[in-house]
Design a protein around this ligand. Structure first.
Ligand SMILES: [Zn+2]
Length: 276
């Protein structure tokens, strides 16, 4: 008799826990931005006001999978849009597994080529197995997510597709996500050269929040780029005690000098923000 009561109590506990968790994940009408604590790399989840999931990059290991389990509904294993900014290991590692375990509707990528990149090859192979629709990044074609969220593609130029750059950083997809009166600039790992070309293009990059380019490296976050964005907040995605010294002290000093507060996943873990 006791064991039966125990099983029923355990069952009710699991149901209650799942219900509370699912209630927490119900779309709130806000845009939610989670800069996931994946260590030295990037993985950022946007959840649109009506609950559409947009994942930008897959971090340096498979920890993004665990984080997704926390923020996405148990009953809705769907990612509406998966964006690969560039195929370096600190941005792509979890993506082949995410393609296996989630239903991916659409993938946005640059289409660059890369030699000796087994994880990129594995990612491209999984795409052929699961056949999501593919969009090649093109600044002339913005993406309307459908509930007030617009992804303004800023970079790279469409002609980048099928090139084989020696370094992929400056080919990173840069997106200005605009929702209501708020905006966030997602910059991948671009460095000064791409920052300058974006400025020269005349694109509107003013944004409330800036995902600091290239984990706060010394070769990014140039003065004129920051002055054009005028962010109220900057977020660094970096690993604790990482070997690259990211974010670089000189760059952090530049942010401080311009009065831009910086938050860092290495110090805080996952950083979650909401735009009403
Ligand atoms: Zn990176």
């Amino acid at each position: 008799m006791f064991w039966r009561t125990g099983i029923i109590t355990g069952f009710l506990f699991v149901v209650l826990t799942l219900t509370v968790r699912e209630l927490f994940l119900v779309p709130s009408g806000d845009l939610r931005i989670h800069t996931l604590d994946v260590g030295q790399g990037d993985s950022i989840l946007l959840v649109s006001p009506s609950g559409k999931n947009i994942l930008i990059d897959g971090g340096p290991d498979t920890s993004a999978l665990e984080h997704l389990g926390k923020y996405l509904s148990f009953f809705d294993r769907r990612i509406d849009l998966l964006i690969l900014t560039h195929p370096d290991l600190d941005h792509i590692t979890a993506l082949p597994d995410i393609l296996k375990r989630y239903r991916i509707e659409t993938i946005l990528l640059t289409g660059i080529q890369k030699n000796n990149a087994p994880r990129y090859e594995s990612f491209l192979y999984q795409i052929t197995q699961h056949t999501p629709s593919i969009i090649v990044a093109d600044p002339a074609k913005d993406i309307d997510i459908g509930d007030g969220l617009i992804l303004d593609i800023i970079w790279p130029p469409r002609s980048t597709a099928r090139t084989k750059p020696s370094k992929a950083n400056n080919t990173s997809v840069v997106i200005r996500a605009v929702f209501g009166s708020g905006s966030i600039l997602l910059t991948g790992d671009i460095e000064t050269k791409a920052e300058m070309e974006i400025l020269m293009s005349g694109a509107d990059i003013r944004s409330d929040i800036l995902k600091v380019p290239h984990h706060g490296s010394r070769t990014s976050s140039s003065t004129w780029f920051l002055l054009a964005i005028k962010p109220a907040l900057a977020i660094v995605s970096a690993g604790r005690d990482n070997q690259f010294g990211h974010p670089h002290l000189e760059v952090m000093e530049r942010y401080r000098h311009f009065g831009i507060p910086v938050r860092n996943t290495a110090e805080e873990g996952t950083i979650s923000l909401s735009f009403p």
